[in-house]
Design a protein around this ligand. Structure first.
Ligand code: PEP
Ligand code: MG
Length: 888
């Protein structure tokens, strides 16, 4: 005997909220409302499942006999319940067909309303409703929607016909068209349908229904829906369900209307329902925005009883679903119908307030409330943003690399950013990409915009660390640094022109977009306090300067997980000495420059340690390739040429030639794989020695001043071999002992650990652990070296295509590549702890601020994550969510 065919169709009374995979989010929630019963009234109907969608698409877009039979049976029951038949010439049943995927994809897929009308049924509808205009308007909408959505006819053809009818009547609104106009329009629409498709508009209502269901299924594979899924990480194989529902009409007179409502204020999250209502109108009129809507208080005056019921229902739905709801409703001749309910989307500050309030109101436990927050969006709460009400016309788009919005005048060079900021100008630093010596410009600028690079590029990293908004990789920008101008498509922008960037969305605009400020309010504080109770992972911050450390503490970091000491060598007073040190011909000359740098470096550490008093501070010895601090060879060559041409050869030229020679000597083809990290410490031990002396002396001074010693952790970067670590540890311990002895001070306790940021280091985790007190995973370099993807430019180049073609679902520089990089992390953890059970484990790459990666690190058994100060709140919430999710 053949197996029973799968059940493809569920009446609303058969479903429930648990069935969203099968019935889609909308179908499952409608079923749940139907199950709850009075006072909730849901128009009858049924859902065709997501499995039917997949089967339909697999069958090449055909409604199988099985599916057809099941739809017929459900339709029969619906007709019985409604007491009307589809296509009945005297009193027709009208139905709507709407898509409803597992997660809501607003506006992405198709809807067809008023199915069941035809040349005969329209008269029946007019008769029953005693409203001929309404009947013909409904028929007109059906032919238009069916033609557009199901038959794929260009919507402009119908719009054009409506416009012609309006001008003939001398009307400015569709509502001013009269019955005869609408009747003629239906004829015109049917003519368009025939002309465009080569067939008559189908009069058979069952055919209308089946074709509409098929077209909603097909819309799952429409370009818009595919793009939406790609952007939101929704799998292609989920399919969409279709909801078939009896139509109710909000345009039946003054005792009717349609609206949307939220169980709490959708903008602020305040605990009172809010919404929009339109009297004598259908739902699509509310969303289309063509008529001015009323708020719910005005609705209370127009329709007091339906309003009272609506508020009661919305509040009960929120209690039932345990989350803020967003509903659509229609009032037909005084009777309130609920059409759908779903979890309300809300801006991050509202999300936080709702979570805090719901716990206070006893609706949710703290764990439940925390789990409902989208941690990744929280960073926006700490930065200003573009006013969401503003009618934005983007000039270009790039990678949203560091959130927050900023406006200012364009400058194309870091020095000019510094100069102009000193004069009180607000500037945006615009560069093809940025480098270490642009950092002073970052401080001066309100925001950074680059045409190249991605989320892990230099610009992105530094900007995030400082909390400066940044858009990277806006490839439409054609920047001419010499001419101090850029072209963006047809627009020419010069230095000094105004520009606005939004690092949360990646949008660039030349409009004067208003910015709205945000505050860390008491609700946010409450949510963060709860997070710390539940989270197991400790959250530290990456902070290089005292100002970063102040932010780190403000946002609740429990220490500094990474101080990149190289950033301390930038700035006018240091860079020149640093250059002299690097360019020195011999060790003695190098030591002289280092002696000049040492007190400055000690001062930096004192500042940082004082802010972080009592907390762990991990200071990493110098990491980047030295030539990052030097002038560019081309610039030097040009300068030499200019001097020779104007004044001939002199001493200055010879000095510059010496510099050029040394710069060329230091140049490397792959500097990120070159002389950097602990390789510097091995080649130029005097540099690391100077840093260790400065650290220890600073710690002694802070201990004297503050009365307690900071928890010092000294970290060695880019270790590959056990012997590198052994040598560096010996250097650190020997130098530290020398400092303490020299000062005649009590020893300062410190630990020595290593960055784990190369695959080899992960694999020999046990051998490294024998010489390390802690491991800190540098997942930026680990991702770069594991995948062989350049952290500086992959995102602006091939990764975009990789994402589009779904070779990867997320940028591995944003969310940890669990199969590759993650496996190496697990290996290092397991081998490291095997050797040394008390080995402290952290991560300080950019992934430390990404919620999905944080969940992975929780599972991998790390002790802490460290991220840029502005990401600390995200990490605290994400750490709690990971711990809560792991418990259930
Ligand atoms: C890393 O590589 O992940 C890291 C934290 O170090 P940096 O970004 O400074 O190379
Ligand atoms: Mg690194």
């Amino acid at each position: 005997m053949a197996a029973a065919p799968p059940k493809y169709v569920y009446r609303f009374s058969e479903g429930s909220r648990e069935m969203r995979e099968l019935l889609g989010g909308k179908g499952a929630n409608i079923a749940e409302m139907a199950r709850l019963g009075p006072p909730i009234r849901v128009p009858s109907g049924f859902t065709v499942t997501t499995e039917a969608c997949i089967a339909f698409l697999e069958a090449g877009g055909a409604v199988t006999d099985d599916l057809g039979r099941q739809i017929d049976a459900a339709l029969g029951e619906l007709e019985e319940e409604a007491g009307r038949r589809l296509g009945d010439p005297s009193d027709p049943l009208l139905i709507s067909v709407r898509s409803g995927a597992r997660v809501s994809m607003p506006g992405m897929m198709d809807t067809v309303l008023n199915i069941g009308l035809g040349d005969e049924a329209v008269a029946g509808l007019a008769e029953r409703t005693q409203n001929e205009r309404f009947a013909w308007d409904s028929y007109r909408r059906l032919v238009q929607m069916f033609g557009n959505v199901v038959a794929g006819i260009d919507g402009m053809l119908f719009e054009g016909a409506i416009r012609a009818a309006r001008s003939q009547r001398g009307a400015s609104l569709d509502t001013e068209l009269e019955t005869d106009d609408l009747r003629s329009l239906v004829e015109e629409f049917k003519r368009i349908f025939l002309e465009q498709t080569g067939r008559e508009f189908p009069q058979d209502p069952r055919r209308q229904l089946v074709e509409a269901v098929g077209s909603v299924f097909e819309s799952w594979n429409g370009a818009r829906a595919i793009e939406y899924r790609r952007l939101n990480g929704i799998p292609d194989d989920w399919g969409t369900a279709v909801n078939v529902q009896q139509m109710v009409f909000g345009n039946r007179g003054d005792d009717s209307g349609s609206g949307v409502a939220f169980s709490r204020d959708e903008i602020t999250g305040a605990p009172r329902p809010s919404g929009d209502f339109l009297g004598n109108a259908q739902g699509e009129d509310v969303v289309s925005g063509t008529r001015d809507t009323s708020d719910l208080e005005e609705m209370a005056e127009m329709l007091p009883e339906p309003h009272r019921q609506l508020i009661e229902i919305v509040e009960s739905l929120e209690r039932h679903f345990g989350d803020m709801q967003d509903v659509e409703f229609t009032v037909e001749e005084g009777t309130l119908y609920m059409l759908q309910t779903r979890t309300a989307k809300r801006p991050p500050h509202a999300a936080v307030r709702v979570a805090a309030d719901m716990v206070e109101e006893g609706l949710l436990s703290r764990e439940e409330a925390l789990s409902k927050i989208d941690a990744a969006k929280l960073e926006a709460l700490l930065h200003p943003s573009f006013d969401p009400e503003f009618d934005l016309d983007p000039l270009a788009r790039g990678v949203p690399a560091s959130p927050g919005a900023a406006k200012g005048r364009i400058v194309f060079a870091a020095e000019r950013a510094v100069e102009q900021a000193a004069e009180g100008e607000r500037v945006i630093l615009v560069r093809p990409f940025t480098e270490a010596d642009d950092v002073a410009g970052f401080h001066a600028a309100k925001g950074i915009l680059t045409s190249e690079g991605g989320k892990a590029s230099h610009a992105a990293l530094v900007a995030r660390g400082m909390g400066r908004p940044c858009v990277c990789g806006a490839s439409a920008l054609d920047i001419d640094l010499e001419a101090r101008e850029m072209r963006v498509d047809g627009t020419l922008l010069r230095e000094g022109d105004p520009i606005a960037i939004d690092g949360t969305s990646g949008v660039v605009s030349i409009q004067d977009v208003p910015l709205v400020e945000t505050e860390m309010d008491r609700y946010f504080q409450t949510v963060l306090d709860w997070s710390d109770e539940f989270g197991r992972l400790e959250v530290r911050a990456n902070a290089d300067r005292p100002a970063d450390a102040v932010n780190a503490r403000r946002f609740g970091a429990r220490g500094v997980g990474l101080c990149r000491t190289e950033h301390m060598f930038l700035g006018d007073d240091r860079q020149a000495v640093m250059q002299r040190m690097i360019l020195a011909d011999d060790e003695t000359a190098r030591r002289d420059s280092l002696a000049e740098l040492e007190p400055l470096q000690r001062g930096d550490f004192e500042g940082l340690l004082a802010v972080m008093a009592g907390m762990p501070v991990t200071i990493r010895l110098l990491d980047p390739p030295l030539h990052e601090f030097l002038p560019r060879a081309e610039d030097l060559a040009v300068e030499i040429e200019r001097r020779v041409a104007t004044g001939g050869r002199d001493e200055a030229v010879e000095r510059l030639e010496g510099e050029l020679h040394r710069v060329r000597q230091l140049e490397e083809t792959n500097p990120m794989l070159g002389t950097r990290g602990c390789r510097l410490g091995l080649l130029f031990p005097e540099v690391y020695e100077m840093q260790v002396r400065a650290i220890l002396a600073a710690a002694v001074a802070v201990r004297e001043r503050e009365g307690s010693a900071p928890e010092l952790e000294i970290m060695i970067p880019l270790v590959d071999y056990e012997r590198e670590l052994v040598a560096m540890r010996e250097l650190v311990e020997r130098t530290a002992a020398g400092v303490v002895e020299g000062l005649g001070a009590e020893p300062v306790p410190f630990s020595v650990g290593t960055m784990i940021e190369l695959p080899r280091a992960c694999l020999i985790g046990d051998r490294l652990a024998a010489h390390a007190d802690f491991f800190s995973f540098g997942t930026n370099d680990l991702t770069q070296t594991t995948l062989g993807f350049s952290r500086d430019d992959s995102e602006g180049r091939f990764l975009t295509e990789y994402l589009r073609r779904k070779i990867v679902s997320r940028s591995p520089f944003e969310t940890i590549d669990t199969d590759g990089v993650g496996e190496l992390v697990r290996t290092a953890v397991e081998r490291g702890r095997r050797e040394r059970s008390d080995l402290a484990l952290g991560i300080c790459g950019e992934h430390g601020g990404d919620p999905d990666s944080i969940a992975f690190f929780h599972g991998a058994g790390l002790d802490y994550v460290s991220c840029s100060p502005f990401r600390v709140p995200i990490a605290r919430v994400a750490a709690a969510q990971a711990a809560i999710a792991a418990k259930v």
